[in-house]
Design a protein around this ligand. Structure first.
Ligand SMILES: Cc1cc2nc3c(=O)[nH]c(=O)nc-3n(C[C@H](O)[C@H](O)[C@H](O)COP(=O)(O)OP(=O)(O)OC[C@H]3O[C@@H](n4cnc5c(N)ncnc54)[C@H](O)[C@@H]3O)c2cc1C
Length: 444
């Protein structure tokens, strides 16, 4: 198949199929000027050249979980179609940019290896290159902490191949945690860990217990984590908390407190990929299956998501704010996750990567959900998410910038909280790598 056949034009079946398959409902409803599905480095170079020739900005799509992976009027790079090879060699794995985290775990499982990934298996390189917070972050680190080598192409067509011992240490730092602003990453090599059996204990608790639950979680040693969801289960009218405590079975004693608590659901699973969904279960601990997305790409459920990090020791004030925010949610699908970080993530040198949330204990993910056909409901859901961001930003020590809102008047605050002192160096580097401002979204 020639490069020309990898370029999909609007109003063709192939173009429509790509957009309908995207995970993010906002991205699915966008109308890129062209979609290109490169299979290798040379085809990616050709795609970047085509964008430059046609004066198009680029939107990059890997796991398609963000609203920014397909933007109207851009040249959308669909990496999932032709760049999804995963190669294992010893304790390393080389992953091409279109592969999902679930696909990586699937390759590693028979080899007795694993990688700490997020709570969901479907995200791709937006997660892997920018952070990667999950149930095992406290014991094994972020996904990006496992990166050993990166390959990619800058927006101005320059190839990058970089490892930890590279002479350009600033670039090595920036590409782990800020790569989406600088280059299209084609391939990453990561160090894997031994796959281990995990113990998971879930409880449903009243929201009034939030300060105590946060304190209990903060007293866990780094071998255990307890993330939570504040939201509405299908069979309850009032907001509740799901606690989700995880430790490797050799560290099971870590979860003693949770085991003693009555009414929970305790399971041992063979590996991370078998953990139950991080969702509210109904009776018996079973999570009801998700409804399939609407096949009409303009009729999809949409989300507005913010992820704000806070330090340990602010449980009381965070609980008051969160309890108020969830009680004012505009619909029962809205939720606030508290992803438990800290642990070994804290121990890594802050200046070693562009992920600057090392001192955070919690990554708080606010998700407002709204349907396609009621603009006023959409407006109030977005307003709620923005209000949550404004309230939590006052207590924040970091913003986890996998969720970006370049169109928002508070985008500068997201950037400041995410990058702080390295923001101007990042802007300088972006200007040199992307002088024509092709990579959307921009840093300023
Ligand atoms: C259901 C769900 C669960 C989630 N769970 C977690 C979790 O547990 N932990 C966590 O840390 N995060 C989680 N996230 C957030 C997730 O990490 C971000 O949404 C991330 O952006 C998803 O990456 P993606 O590749 O799937 O998405 P995409 O939309 O394809 O990409 C996201 C961004 O990264 C850029 N990008 C993607 N690939 C490349 C590349 N190869 N080179 C350069 N830029 C690239 C894109 O331009 C886009 O701006 C979750 C999100 C969702 C929707």
């Amino acid at each position: 198949m020639s490069f020309q056949e990898r370029v999909l034009e609007p109003a063709t079946g192939a173009y429509e199929r790509v957009l309908a398959s995207l995970n993010n409902g906002i991205a699915a409803g966008e109308n890129p000027a062209l979609i290109v599905q490169p299979r290798n480095h040379d085809e990616l170079q050709d795609a970047l050249h085509l964008a430059l020739q046609q004066e198009l900005q680029i939107s990059v799509c890997s796991g398609s979980h963000s609203a920014l992976c397909s933007l109207s009027g851009t040249l959308m790079l669909d990496l999932s179609a032709g760049l999804n090879k995963i190669t294992c060699h010893g304790d390393l794995v080389t992953v091409q940019a279109g592969a999902s985290m679930g696909a990586v775990l699937e390759m590693l499982t028979p080899l007795g290896r694993m990688l700490p990934v997020g709570t969901s298996l479907t995200p791709g390189f937006g997660l892997l290159t920018m952070g990667g917070i999950g149930h095992l972050s406290r014991s094994l680190g972020l996904t990006l902490d496992h990166i050993e080598a990166i390959r990619g192409i800058t927006a101005n067509g320059q190839s990058i191949e970089i490892k930890a011992d590279h002479s350009d240490q600033e670039l090595w730092m920036m590409l782990r945690g800020a790569s989406v602003f600088l280059a299209v990453i084609t391939e990453v090599t990561l160090k894997t860990d031994t796959r281990r059996k995990l113990h998971v204990i879930r409880h449903l608790c009243p929201v009034e217990q939030l300060p105590e639950l946060i304190n209990n979680a903060e007293s866990l040693p780094e071998q255990g984590s307890c993330s939570m969801i504040l939201g509405f289960s299908s069979d309850q009218r009032k907001a509740q908390i799901l606690t989700y405590a995880v430790a490797a079975i050799e560290n099971q004693r870590t979860l003693m407190e949770f085991q003693r608590k009555p009414g929970g659901c305790s399971e041992i699973v063979a590996g991370q990929e078998e953990l139950p969904e991080f969702e509210f279960p109904s009776h018996g601990g079973v999570v009801p299956p998700l409804e399939p997305p609407n096949p009409n790409r303009y009729q999809r459920i949409k989300t507005r998501v913010y992820s704000i990090s806070v330090p340990r020791g602010v449980g009381q004030s965070i609980s008051e704010v969160l309890t108020h925010l969830i009680s004012s949610a505009p619909n029962r699908q809205c939720r606030i996750d508290l992803q438990h970080v800290g642990g070994v993530v804290n121990a890594v040198d802050l200046d070693s990567s562009a992920y600057r949330g090392r001192q955070a204990e919690w990554s708080i993910v606010v998700t407002a959900i709204f349907g396609p056909n009621d603009p006023s409901a959409g407006k109030s859901a977005i307003q709620w998410a923005e209000d949550c961001f404004a309230a939590l930003a006052q207590l924040a020590n970091h913003y986890y910038i996998v969720q970006r809102h370049p169109e928002s008047p508070t985008y500068h605050l997201e950037l400041e909280l995410a990058y702080g002192p390295i923001l101007s160096a990042l802007r300088r580097r972006q200007q040199s790598f992307d002088p024509h401002g092709m990579l959307a979204p921009m840093l300023s």
